[in-house]
Ligand binder design. Structure first.
Ligand SMILES: CCCCCC/C=C\CC(=O)SCCNC(=O)CCNC(=O)[C@H](O)C(C)(C)COP(=O)(O)OP(=O)(O)OC[C@H]1O[C@@H](n2cnc3c(N)ncnc32)[C@H](O)[C@@H]1OP(=O)(O)O
Length: 284
């Protein structure tokens, strides 16, 4: 009797979150002591544009979460309107050559860390997620999104060829025909369209609900042997990971050649300017 009372108290006890790291500045990690699940929050104001430092912090945080044997990883944003605006275009426009190289290497590292992550991963997409934002969301195994947002790879709309890891992500989530069309057209989807085509698994009305849904998804693995789960995931992703490793160096050189092209620089300048003037392209 005493024991079951004690157990019911434990079950009803409010969940306690503890911060795992103070070292990172542009990401935060909160581990729920009850569920053992880590929430990794993008925290670069104003719109979580992915610069070298944010990508570096993301890499460190993912490693920290894996090393601390969390039960799962939920990726979200501290901004209530934007999950991530994608790569920081200021890193690509009139770039510092060393930083541009580092930017792409760190983006590749983040993709690799999440694509091959041992833990179950889920994205609580609490705002806009264009390009690199969509990359972070679709590299996860489950997605839930808030209404009235947009998500997609808009690269071709900006004259950019989406890198192969965008293709891997989409092919894991969408039927091949839909993946190819949306990547080659640079389509941005509303939340409702994203749900309809299966780009997101669920739609909820608040960030709290989104985090709950992600927790429930991760809980579906509670009774599965973690090693078997992780190896099954690796098996599914092995061919993509191998191709990525083979093409990684070439992919970096393509990115550098691409951003150093005068025509691309001109286009990036015009696009950045249009964003600053709040004249966002219809594509986003
Ligand atoms: C060989 C292979 C090469 C492959 C290369 C692949 C590369 C790229 C992948 C990418 O990720 S490129 C980035 C694509 N991202 C976008 O197109 C998003 C553009 N942004 C928006 O649509 C909106 O900003 C938003 C995300 C919907 C947010 O809207 P909101 O109204 O909340 O905020 P804004 O006022 O528009 O923006 C605030 C502030 O940030 C500036 N800004 C916006 N996006 C970016 C960005 N990606 N990088 C840098 N700066 C950005 C925007 O100009 C505003 O600046 P100020 O006016 O405050 O100076």
């Amino acid at each position: 009797m005493m024991r079951s009372k004690f157990l019911s108290l434990l079950i009803r006890a409010p969940s306690v979150c503890r911060s795992m790291s103070t070292a990172t500045k542009l990401t935060t990690i909160d581990v729920n002591d009850k569920t053992g699940i880590a929430t990794l929050t993008l925290n670069r104001s104003p719109i979580n544009a992915l610069n070298v430092e944010l990508l570096q912090d993301l890499n460190e945080s993912i490693k920290e979460i894996e090393d601390n044997k969390s039960r799962g990883l939920i990726l979200t944003s501290s901004n209530d309107k934007v999950f991530s605006a994608g790569l920081d275009l200021n890193e690509m426009y009139r770039p510092d050559k060393d930083r541009a190289r580092l930017l792409w290497i760190k983006l590749q590292d983040v993709w690799l860390a999440l694509y091959s992550c041992d833990l179950p991963t889920a994205a609580a997409i609490n705002g806009y997620a264009p390009a690199g934002g969509c990359l972070l969301a679709t590299v996860c195994e489950y997605r839930v999104m808030l209404p009235k947002c947009r998500i997609g790879f808009n690269e071709t709309q900006l004259g950019i060829v989406p890198p192969i890891f965008c293709m891997f992500n989409f092919l894991n989530v969408l039927p091949r025909r839909v993946a190819e069309r949306s990547l080659s057209q640079g389509q941005m989807f509303t939340t409702e369209q994203a749900l309809q085509i299966g780009l997101v698994d669920d739609v909820v009305s608040s960030k709290g609900e989104a985090l709950d849904k992600c927790t429930k998804f991760i809980d579906t693995f509670a009774k599965v042997n973690p090693l078997a789960r992780s190896l099954a995931k690796q098996q599914f992703r092995a061919a993509d990971l191998q191709r990525f490793q083979t093409e990684r160096a070439k992919d970096l050189e393509s990115f550098l050649a691409f951003i150093n092209h005068p025509q691309m620089q001109e286009g990036l300048g015009i696009y950045l300017n249009s964003l600053k003037k709040k004249q966002q392209l219809n594509a986003v």
